[in-house]
Design a protein around this ligand. Structure first.
Ligand code: SF4
Length: 441
């Protein structure tokens, strides 16, 4: 049986040609309809989240792209790509729609794509089909002459937006008042800031400047081990769930992981709780992974006895605890590829990746834990129409002079410190005999 793309499935459901449900009827609408409307994350998992004032907006997409059929857009993209040759490289995140990903030179998670950036130093333009923080990271890791392009400027990330430089700086000042700035007898400073890759370049720079580091969902435990060697405690942002799941697997008691809500004095914790803290968790989350529940796992086990449940560590702790294993998108893909034919998997991560894995592995039964189709709102903002527009901009078609559209550039003042934090991550090695996060052995 051929498994249709998520976009196609949504269209089929909307016309009654397929059963199933989506979290918003607006998912059938092209993203430029939302780019032109009031600011917001648009339909999908983040539609209930509050978008920060001043978030980047996308200007109007020219009519020729809005009116083109999917087949026309695919042909225009292929033609522009062929004309540009090695001058362009297209990177595509696992959570992108298939209609975009079919044109990517590299497909992967945010860290794999950041590394791919370095593998094509001859490319003048890097078109990043992902979200804003990923394009920023690509800009940090690419050469100064290379232009990183985000096809739709409205493709942010609601989780990354939950921690901004002002509120993290304010938190840091309160923690300095509480703990002081002096190292203890073993040389460990009071707090090490750790930011998840899913954060702005400004926050990566904050970490670089304050003795901190970046982590990904693949190396979070190694990075926390690095931080504990240098600090008495960690301030982890923006994803509380990755921080909690990782620290718990390393043996940190839950009572030593207070939450920091930037809208409350002392983050909503008492001075005593903060004094005893090992990991201070920022009040952020991913609206895609927050949709997964223990009830869904119970249901999957009832309907598919023997099912293997794998979830992403951005899921809430109770969901990770109830699953058979938890790990990054890369881990999920490898676990499925290594399983004997005939296995059944229930997966807790973004629907585009789950549906693609199901199509790539017809020897298994693979389904999403969440029965409601609800893609990442911001990944969804990248559409083949925008990809065709930026590629044809590089070529220069219909009398237009060649131009770089939607370039993402990290200010030099941030870049220098953000690169320090990224380099610390790349150099971090797991401590000997480190415990492993469930499923990452
Ligand atoms: S899946 Fe979650 S963390 Fe990833 S881009 Fe979407 S909102 Fe951000």
């Amino acid at each position: 049986m051929t498994i249709p793309s998520v976009d196609r499935t949504i269209q089929l459901i909307s016309t009654g040609a397929a059963s199933g449900s989506t979290c918003s009827p607006d998912l059938v609408t092209a993203p430029w309809e939302f780019d032109a409307a009031a600011p917001g994350y648009g339909p999908g998992s983040s539609m209930g989240d509050v978008i920060p004032t001043g978030s980047p907006r996308q200007g109007e997409l020219p009519e020729t792209y809005r009116r083109a059929t999917p087949e026309e857009l695919a042909a225009r993209i292929r033609s522009a790509k062929a004309t540009l040759g090695d001058r362009v490289v297209i990177l595509g995140h696992f959570y992108q729609r298939d209609e975009v990903l079919q044109h990517a030179d590299f497909v992967g998670d945010s860290f794999q794509l950041a590394q791919a950036t370095k593998s094509r130093p001859e490319a003048e333009a890097i078109v990043f089909c992902g979200v804003h923080f990923m394009a920023e990271t690509a800009d940090l890791l690419s050469g100064p002459e290379q232009a990183v392009i985000l096809p739709n400027l409205a493709a942010g990330c609601s989780m990354a937006d939950m921690a901004d430089l002002d509120s993290v700086t304010e938190c840091w000042e309160q923690l300095e008042d509480l703990y002081g700035t002096q190292a203890d007898a073993s040389g460990r400073v009071p707090v090490i800031p750790v930011t998840y890759m899913n954060s702005s370049a400004a926050l990566k720079a904050f970490c670089g400047e304050h003795g901190g580091i970046v982590c990904t969902s693949s190396n979070a435990q190694t990075v926390l081990g690095w931080a504990f060697e240098r600090g008495q405690r960690v301030l982890f942002f923006p994803d509380q769930h990755l921080g909690r799941n990782t620290a718990k697997a390393m043996g940190v008691p839950l009572e030593q992981m207070p939450m920091w809500n930037p809208r409350k004095p002392l983050g909503g914790s008492t001075a005593t709780e903060l004094d005893d803290a090992r990991v201070i968790l920022w009040h952020g989350f991913c609206s895609v992974h927050r949709r997964f529940t223990v009830d869904q796992i119970t249901q999957a086990r009832q309907t598919h006895p023997g099912v293997n449940v794998i979830v992403h560590p951005e899921c809430p702790m109770a969901v990770v605890d109830a699953a058979d294993s938890a790990g990054s998108t890369d881990f999920i893909g490898k676990a499925i590829a290594a399983a004997p034919a005939g296995s059944t998997f229930a997966i807790g991560t973004e629907i585009n990746l789950v549906q693609r894995l199901a199509a790539q592995h017809p020897e298994h039964t693979i389904f999403c834990l969440d029965p409601v189709i609800c893609p990442c709102s911001t990944m969804y903002r990248i559409h083949a129409g925008y990809l065709a527009w930026v590629l044809e901009g590089l070529v220069g078609v219909d009398g237009r002079a060649p131009e770089v559209l939607n370039r993402i550039q990290v200010p030099a003042s941030d870049a220098v410190h953000a690169e320090v934090a990224l380099e610390r991550m790349l150099a971090a090695r797991p401590p000997a005999a480190a415990p492993v996060l469930v499923g990452q052995a």
